[in-house]
Design a binder for this molecule. Structure first.
Ligand SMILES: C[S@@+](CC[C@H](N)C(=O)[O-])C[C@H]1O[C@@H](n2cnc3c(N)ncnc32)[C@H](O)[C@@H]1O
Length: 294
């Protein structure tokens, strides 16, 4: 039987493959996310993108112009290879090798740390201590695997994907679902903090709600920022926002966790935009920046 980890790698590979033909539809999403990533860039700075996948959602060539190094992290190594090939293919011949050296791929990396243990947890084979240790143990293991801290670390619409794996393994009615989902959020925030150098920045971007659950405008260019902000605030208030992506819930986790409260200082939501993920589905996406405490 295939392990949960192999199963999830396969699932993400299929999802990433299926998004390739929609690169044009991603334009608005790509421009907004790239702009967020460029806000604190510098020619001596390093950027690390968690959940980079095909890099359909960032302009990798623009990032390369503004950062010294770009690190891409994902479960799916094939998607990262594609992202690299695609970015290099657009460069003049003489710039290919120098730029190749500045893009670092890390895959497969399970950024939840849960895929090898979820099936066991589903059978209630875990202790409270194991669950409590999971966030820091995972964050430190990932930091060690990547072997460096970065000036800017981005979470690219990853947390909702990671929680989908938890939902699929346990189901919403599982008695440990809420505790494990909470552990996932703490794990991700601790990972972002562990990977960011003191004084550096975290750019947390997440889909908040899909058009399946809330009517969303279908024309990004005909919708004003104020209209989108109003839809965002309504989704947050009325509970249509996905739990793991809810900025209020993430904010409460930050305040409750002594390490996170010390290490991640939140700034106000910096942008809200629409992501056309395919012809039929749109997401409302937001970005929030955090300063890594010294
Ligand atoms: C919504 S996609 C982001 C889109 C991606 N940046 C792109 O443009 O193709 C989320 C990404 O998270 C990755 N992912 C999902 N679960 C993961 C996990 N547990 N660890 C690491 N990466 C994961 C997927 O492989 C996918 O590339």
């Amino acid at each position: 039987m295939r392990s949960r980890l192999d199963h999830e790698v396969q699932q993400q590979r299929l999802a990433n493959d299926s998004s390739l033909p929609h690169a044009l539809l991603y334009t608005n999403h790509r421009q907004h996310l790239t702009q967020q990533l460029l806000r604190h860039s510098g020619s001596d700075q390093s950027l690390c993108i968690l959940g980079a996948g095909n890099c359909n959602d960032v302009e990798l060539d623009a990032l390369l112009q503004h950062y010294r190094q770009v690190h891409l992290v994902d479960l799916d190594s094939v998607a990262l290879d594609h992202a690299l090939d695609h970015a290099l293919a657009r460069l003049p011949e003489s710039e290919i090798e120098p730029n190749r050296e500045r893009i670092h791929r890390h895959a497969p990396v399970d950024l939840s740390g849960m895929l090898p243990v979820l099936d066991r947890w589903q059978r209630f084979q875990l202790t409270p201590e194991e669950l409590m240790r999971h966030p820091e143990a995972t964050a430190q293991a990932i930091a060690q695997r990547l072997g460096a801290q970065f000036d800017v670390v981005a979470s690219a619409c990853l947390i909702t994907q990671m929680q989908l794996a938890v939902l699929q393994a346990l189901g919403e009615s599982h008695r440990l679902f809420q505790a494990i989902r909470h552990t996932l959020s703490v794990t991700h925030l601790r990972t972002l903090a562990a990977l960011t150098r003191p004084g550096g920045r975290v750019v947390f971007a997440s889909d908040l709600v899909a058009s399946d659950h809330l009517p969303l405008p279908d024309n990004a260019s005909a919708t004003t920022d104020a209209e989108l902000k109003a839809v965002f605030e309504g989704a947050v208030r009325q509970g249509t926002a996905m739990h793991v992506a809810h900025p209020g819930i993430l904010g409460a986790i930050l305040r409750d966790d002594p390490i996170l409260e010390r290490d991640l200082q939140p700034e106000p939501i910096s942008d809200v935009w629409l992501w056309h993920q395919g012809p039929a589905r749109r997401f409302l996406v937001y970005a929030q920046h955090f300063v890594r405490g010294a």
